[in-house]
Design a binder for this molecule. Structure first.
Ligand code: PMP
Length: 364
């Protein structure tokens, strides 16, 4: 090549990209590694997309609603929030990014519970912002004082926590909201599978934001849609920093159709939660240590008779499953997760195949 590319900004040169779970090519995999919903989305979604595409002179030539107004209104009806308190995004990752863009910087640290979602430090690094971490227990417990003392300008609480599965107690989140002075973001990507949620807190606290996604409960990970519930002041800030058309036209109509089919959501979530209960109890019968989960996944330490959980056992179970084309996820970076596998809850048939393999590994 005749020229070399210029170096990027120093903090970008040092940045390590977020590593999403493997998306294997080719068929035959049982994919339990990225917490997707194993069921097809509501049939109303396909109908809405078909109706959109069959409109005269395809409306795809036109830009979508810049601020996703119909989607924000539909979400507002669901949560009893005015649309001005809702911002839509290209997946909830987009909203997490916008929040950091607007509220973090070199002198404004990003706070997070550790372990939790490993995208936050990547977004913080891209913004040149330091990261402060507060420990969270397997049961979702954390010290309110530690979050307050962290000095974070923006703090992410992940509830239910991924990869642990534990939901944070709502009364603890409320307690924290009453004393924390930065922006408090409750990342509720997995709220559909939990008993409690914080979606009403932004009505009471203008410094609390709750993010939601269509990727998990609504089975629309491929479309990339999410939204934030927040005060009108925060919403106005996010609108300033987002792309002008950050949610495409297909995603907008699909998300509205999904939101309105509450019966589909209820029955699909109930199915996944029932499978989660069953898989948890069968794995415990095998001797595996399974952390109670409020998400569409479980964190489990694989164990063989007479042995204690270890990194080596987790690695061995991971490889054994992989050789049988069953993909789960490892989180080797933290003591609470290094001896475990994070297993997405699939269909009953997928989980039966997983359980057969898990048993063969345990007894092998
Ligand atoms: N938050 C958490 C805790 C997640 O695990 C994920 C999905 N990996 C997201 C947010 C992002 O979801 P999406 O961008 O698909 O809405």
């Amino acid at each position: 090549m005749a020229s070399s590319a210029p170096t990027p900004n120093p903090h970008i040169a040092a940045l390590h990209a977020y590593k999403p779970g493997e998306q294997p090519q080719g068929g035959g995999w049982i994919k339990l590694n990225t917490n997707e919903n194993p069921y097809a989305p509501s049939p109303k979604v396909a109908q809405a997309i078909q109706a959109l595409l069959s409109e005269e002179a395809s409306v795809l030539r036109l830009y979508p609603s810049p601020d996703s107004a119909p989607l924000r209104e539909a979400a507002g009806r669901l949560h009893h929030f005015p649309a001005e308190n809702i911002v839509a995004g290209n997946g909830s990752d987009d909203l997490l990014n916008l929040l950091i863009r607007a509220y973090a910087g070199p002198q404004r640290p990003v706070g997070m519970l550790e372990p939790s979602y490993s995208l936050y430090p990547v977004l913080a690094a891209a913004q040149g912002a330091p990261v402060v971490k507060v420990p969270v227990g397997l049961d979702g417990s954390f010290e309110v004082k530690a979050v307050v003392d962290s000095g974070a300008s923006i703090f992410f609480l992940t509830s239910p926590n991924a990869p642990l599965g534990a939901a944070l107690a709502l009364h603890r989140v409320r307690e924290l909201a009453a004393v924390f002075r930065g922006l408090l973001v409750v990342d509720e990507a997995y709220a559909a599978f939990a008993d409690e949620h914080a979606a009403d807190l932004p009505k009471q606290f203008s410094h609390v934001v709750v993010t939601r996604t269509f990727s998990k409960g609504y089975a629309l990970a491929g479309l990339r849609v999410g939204y934030a519930l927040c005060s009108a002041e925060v919403a106005e800030v996010l609108h300033r920093v987002r792309d002008s058309y950050n949610v495409d036209r297909v995603a907008q109509v699909a998300a509205v159709a999904a939101l309105e089919d509450t019966a589909w959501l209820k029955s699909t979530v109930a199915k996944i939660c029932a499978t989660r209960t069953r898989v948890t109890s069968v794995l415990r019968d095998y001797g595996w240590q399974v952390n109670p989960s409020s998400g569409n996944f479980i964190l489990a330490n694989p164990v063989k008779p007479q042995l204690s959980p270890s990194v080596a056992l987790a690695e061995s179970a991971f490889q054994f499953l992989r050789e049988r084309k069953i993909l789960v996820r490892r989180f080797p970076q933290h003591p609470l997760t290094e001896k475990g596998l994070r297993i997405t809850i699939g269909t009953d048939a997928e989980m039966d195949a997983f359980l057969v393999a898990a048993r063969a590994w345990t007894e092998g």
